[in-house]
Write a protein that binds this ligand. Structure first.
Ligand SMILES: Cc1ncc(COP(=O)(O)O)c(C=O)c1O
Length: 424
């Protein structure tokens, strides 16, 4: 029997749960399932030959630097090219506003570690990125959810919620948003909402955490300015990453923040990992500075747009009446809503028996709502498997609907004309 160490764990560790996505991913990797579950880029898109050449040249040319510790802030020339990219996307920063992190996930953790005491409140969307919620929950923060609509977070609902919290003496510290091609829903906040959201953040003295891994993966429509680029009061912390536009295995990402906050985050990071991998930072620098990244993004956009289109067409073709889904203009995910009586958490076993996987929607709700929803990733599976996977999923859903209809037919309790069950 395994020894039990639980009485030694901190309260914080005792409250942490294994990520449902990671658990599910393990399962999908072990079997012959078509998986729409992970948030993985297509491995076919990794620029293996170019990265190979860069690594070889790097070791010969700059090996003594690339294998050494780096400054906690990151390798200066990487910070400079990142600042330059951000400025081309409408920001006004220097490399001194940029902290290189080990994945954007570390940026979220550092923000939690720097700002959150137990019981502090973070306001976020429902649904929202599970890794964000987990990072803040690790510092024992309390989550307040704002339901999203097809345009992301609704500023009026946010305003009402903050008003309500303030009336009860609660002052949230952070507002966490993934405004562009959101993980998990794929929806995007239009510019007017971003401006309104900033006004609200100013009124309530909230820091906005803008998590933005997907905005460069736009397949149609016009770019929308980041929230940080619209900010006039230094109230935004921004997270970017190479994970979805180059390769997650490099673990190179960046946090942009006003200088006082950045300096504090650097101190926080020092006790976390001293610095992010110097070698990977050099690889990312060379990849960007030699002009490969922009070209690569064009290649993956074409690849992913095709996959998105195949998934949308397959949903249209196979999914039964009563189901709806978002139609994202970019990113890696779409969001499906099933009839209210279907619990996707219970259905997932049947889906896996039918050799297809998704992530249950409630995993992305801090309030555990959304039980009839699911997230589908369209970038990982090969083109041929997307249609087959959607067909299998549609069959799984149809079986749930039929079972529900049978139960209703056989039940002695019939709903009346208003749908109310009064008994026999
Ligand atoms: C919204 C969001 N933030 C952060 C991350 C983590 O990214 P990274 O690989 O840079 O840690 C992800 C990954 O899926 C994400 O979707």
């Amino acid at each position: 029997m395994e020894k039990d160490y639980s009485q030694l764990y901190s309260q914080r560790a005792r409250e942490m749960k294994a990520s449902e996505i990671r658990e599910l991913l393990k399962l999908t990797q072990m079997t012959d399932i078509i998986s729409f579950a992970g948030g993985l880029p297509s491995p076919d898109a990794f620029p293996i030959d170019i990265v190979n050449n860069i690594c070889q040249e790097l070791i010969v040319k700059d090996g003594k630097l690339a294998l050494q510790y780096a400054a906690t802030e990151g390798v200066t020339k990487l910070r400079e090219v990142l600042a330059d990219r951000m400025n081309r996307q409408g920001m006004d920063i220097t490399h001194r506003n940029v902290l290189v992190t080990t994945g954007a996930q570390q940026g979220l953790d550092l923000i939690g570690k720097t700002f959150l005491d137990p019981g502090d409140i973070v306001v976020l969307g429902a649904p929202t990125y599970l890794g964000g919620t987990n990072a803040f929950a690790a510092y024992m923060a309390k989550m307040e959810s704002i339901p999203l609509d097809e345009n992301g977070m609704n500023p009026d609902v946010l305003d009402e919620k903050l008003h309500h919290l303030h009336r009860h003496g609660k002052n949230p510290k952070l507002l966490y948003v993934v405004p562009t091609f959101q993980n998990p829903s794929g929806v995007t906040m239009p510019e007017n909402r971003r401006r309104q959201l900033l006004e609200i953040a100013y009124n309530y003295d909230l820091l906005v955490v803008e998590d933005n891994p997907y905005s460069e993966l736009r397949y149609e429509g016009d770019n929308i300015p980041s929230i940080m680029s619209l900010d006039t009061e230094e109230k935004v912390i921004y997270l970017g990453t190479c994970s979805k536009i180059l390769a997650p295995g490099l673990r190179v990402a960046w946090t942009v923040a006003p200088k006082p906050i950045l300096n504090k985050l650097v101190i926080t990071k020092q006790s976390t990992d001293l610095c992010s991998s110097t070698f990977c930072q050099y690889v990312a620098y060379e990849y960007i500075a030699q002009g490969y990244l922009d070209k690569h993004i064009e290649v993956i956009k074409a690849l992913y747009k095709k996959k998105r289109d195949i998934m949308l067409a397959s949903l249209e073709k196979y999914f039964p009446e009563g189901t709806t889904w978002t139609k994202p203009l970019g990113g890696m995910f779409l969001w499906v809503t099933l009839p209210e009586y279907i619990d996707t958490g219970q259905m997932v076993e049947r889906a896996i028996e039918n050799k297809v996987a998704y992530v249950i929607g409630s995993a992305f709700h801090a309030d555990r709502n959304g039980i009839n929803t699911m997230r589908l990733n369209f970038t990982y599976s090969s083109d041929e498997f997307i249609e087959e996977g959607i067909k299998r999923l549609a069959d799984t859903i149809k079986a749930e609907i039929e079972a529900h209809e049978k139960r209703t037919r056989e039940s002695p309790y019939k709903p009346d004309k208003d749908g109310i069950i009064t008994g026999v």
